[in-house]
Design a protein around this ligand. Structure first.
Ligand code: SAM
Ligand code: SF4
Length: 326
């Protein structure tokens, strides 16, 4: 069995959300007061998550597993879940805001984590506090250092640029990352915030990002984006590179190889899907591994050809990014 859809795409990259909770309140993600968090009994246990990952890897051809959230470092069982995934032979990675990574990078590397992406939109302390609504920049920087020291390489930094907030700081952030050997990736802001505040003209496009960076650096496009969302560019003739993820203006849906599992055990065939397939209820009702795998295959078959953000009929999914897993 494999996770194929009607358009010939096969999902081999599983994004697993381990919690919808977070210790930051990034403006483009959630409101200042937070959200109504998922109830504990709705959330998959460590054993349930490990079982579903096991089905994906051993029966459905998944090769890469990325842990995300919400903030995945808030999940106590994370090292155990990573270790169980590594034992299956999958490559493992983590997307995190970096808070707490200072202490967890070592144990996670030991558990078999391969790589880490840390979200950091600015290295200006006041701007950081303004965007995330928390004064935690020094913790993120310490987390990045710990990740590099623990060998979770290449350490990647994810940044979202907001017009009039941190867009003018993009070259400074790039210089900072280059000096430390971190690979920076800019992600276009998507309509996935809980407060539905996304506006197309407030989004800094991939083209604008390239223009901003070109003022201080020579960027040369590299070939071979494949199913990777990031277009990569050599910086000043290399060897270091940056990535630009034009999720909205340069969608990569045609080559998408991703599938998502939410913290409450719902399969989503797309970040923007409006339907989910409930593996948790089936599992708790006693479904076998084969039955769960069959449900998963059916859920993937109906994946739409693209996210349709530019379509006049586009509807933002009911779940925000933090509850889907970015
Ligand atoms: N809390 C972790 C973090 O921030 O890295 C993991 C979850 S977060 C939802 C995953 C990624 O999605 C982060 O890099 C974040 O910057 C990005 N993100 C969140 N909301 C976004 C939005 N509306 N548009 C684009 N990227 C977004
Ligand atoms: Fe939390 Fe990540 Fe959302 Fe920021 S982007 S509020 S760190 S889940």
């Amino acid at each position: 069995m494999q996770l194929a859809d009607r358009y010939g795409r096969v999902a081999t990259d599983l994004r697993v959300s381990l919690t919808d909770r977070c210790n930051l309140r990034c403006q483009y993600c959630m409101p200042a007061e937070g959200l109504d968090w998922m109830a504990d009994d709705e959330t998959l246990t460590d054993e349930e998550v490990a079982r579903l990952i096991g089905i994906a890897v051993t029966r459905l051809g998944v090769k890469d597993v990325r842990f995300t959230g919400g903030e995945p470092l808030l999940r106590k069982g994370l090292p155990r879940i990573v270790a169980a995934t590594r034992l299956l032979g999958a490559r493992t990675s983590l997307t995190t805001n970096g808070l707490g990574l200072r202490h967890l990078a070592g144990p996670l590397a030991k558990a078999g984590l391969d790589r880490v992406n840390v979200s950091l939109d600015t290295i200006d302390a006041a701007t950081y506090t303004g965007i995330t609504r928390r004064d935690r920049l020094t913790d993120v920087i310490a987390g990045l250092e710990a990740a590099a020291e623990a060998g979770l390489k290449p350490v990647k930094v994810n940044a979202v640029l907001l017009r009039g907030v941190n867009d003018h700081q993009a070259p400074e952030l790039l210089k900072w990352c280059l000096a430390r050997g971190y690979e920076l990736r800019f992600i276009e802001q998507m309509p996935l915030d809980a407060q539905h505040g996304w506006q197309r003209d407030a989004m800094i496009t991939a083209d604008e990002t390239l223009e901003l960076l070109s003022e201080s650096h020579r960027l040369t496009a590299l070939d071979g984006r494949g199913s990777a969302p990031a277009e990569r560019f050599l910086v000043d003739d290399g060897p270091q590179v940056i990535g630009i993820i034009g999720s909205v203006t340069r969608p990569f849906c045609g080559d998408c190889n991703r599938v998502r599992l939410t913290a409450d055990g719902q399969v989503r065939n797309c970040l923007f899907a409006r339907e989910e397939s409930d593996l948790r209820s089936a599992m708790r009702a006693g479904a076998t591994d084969v039955e769960l795998a069959e449900r998963w295959v059916i859920a993937m078959a109906s994946k739409r050809p693209g996210h349709g953000i530019d379509d006049p009929t586009f509807l933002q999914p009911a779940r925000p990014m933090s509850a889907i897993g970015g």
